[in-house]
Design a protein around this ligand. Structure first.
Ligand code: 5RP
Length: 218
């Protein structure tokens, strides 16, 4: 199977978590796009969605699916999103698409986070994928120096601005042995909006697309 076929398979498996009358939190990226396309086939069943990016909101609206404001909906029962890396403990790196802050907000406000990923995303240790950190533009250099003190090599994501008007520093080549500790340390640097480690609030379920079918990790 191709990587896209694996992504589609997990996205379809995630549709089984969608129940009648739900407002569904929807993530960002190519795997989440397959989920959005699948959701279109059952849009009469749900009350609406909350999107983690402008791109996903546009795709949802393109299918005629209502996109709501999280401030109006209250907490959500379900959030479905992809990841750049996941461990078997369901600690994640996210934000390859730059939507990490809104993704983290929707995940925080959701009872269940179902992560959907093809098997290439499963790792023993996080950090081979560059860890995104969203930063207020005026703090960019200061935050970069603080990241170096933590042992990271920050690289500015050139020509990219987040939906929130900020920049991203991608931390290269960091072996992340304690994701909870690093997530907290990065968030304590003044000027950091948030970082792409989802360890304090990881996924509740990982649907992993493999050649032999969709594996469910909890
Ligand atoms: C976007 C994300 C995505 O979930 C992550 O980058 C995975 O993307 P894809 O499904 O395209 O592999 O965190 O900010």
């Amino acid at each position: 199977m191709t990587q896209d076929e694996l992504k589609k398979a997990v996205a379809e498996a995630a549709l089984e978590y969608v129940e009648s009358g739900m407002i569904v939190g929807v993530g960002t990226g190519s795997t989440a796009n397959f989920f959005i396309d699948g959701l279109a086939g059952m849009k009469g069943k749900i009350d609406g969605t909350v999107a983690s990016s402008e791109a996903s909101a546009d795709r949802l609206r393109g299918h005629g699916i209502e996109v709501m404001d999280l401030n109006q909906t209250g907490d959500l029962q379900l959030y479905v999103d992809g990841a750049d890396e996941s461990t078997r403990h369901l600690h994640l790196i996210k934000g390859g698409g730059g939507a990490l802050t809104r993704e983290k907000i929707v995940a925080a406000a959701s009872e269940k986070f179902v992560c959907i990923a093809d098997e290439s995303k499963l790792v023993d240790t996080l950090g081979a994928f560059p860890l995104p950190v969203e930063v207020i533009p005026m703090a960019r250099s200061y935050v970069a120096r603080e990241i170096v003190k933590l042992g990271g090599q920050p690289v500015l994501r050139e020509g990219f601005t987040t939906d929130n008007g900020n920049v991203i520093l991608d931390i290269q080549n960091m072996t992340i042995l304690d994701p909870v500790e690093l997530e907290t340390a990065l968030n304590h640097i003044t000027g950091v909006v948030t970082n792409g480690l989802f360890a304090r609030r990881g996924a509740n379920v990982l649907l992993l697309g493999t050649e032999s079918g969709v594996e469910v990790l909890k």
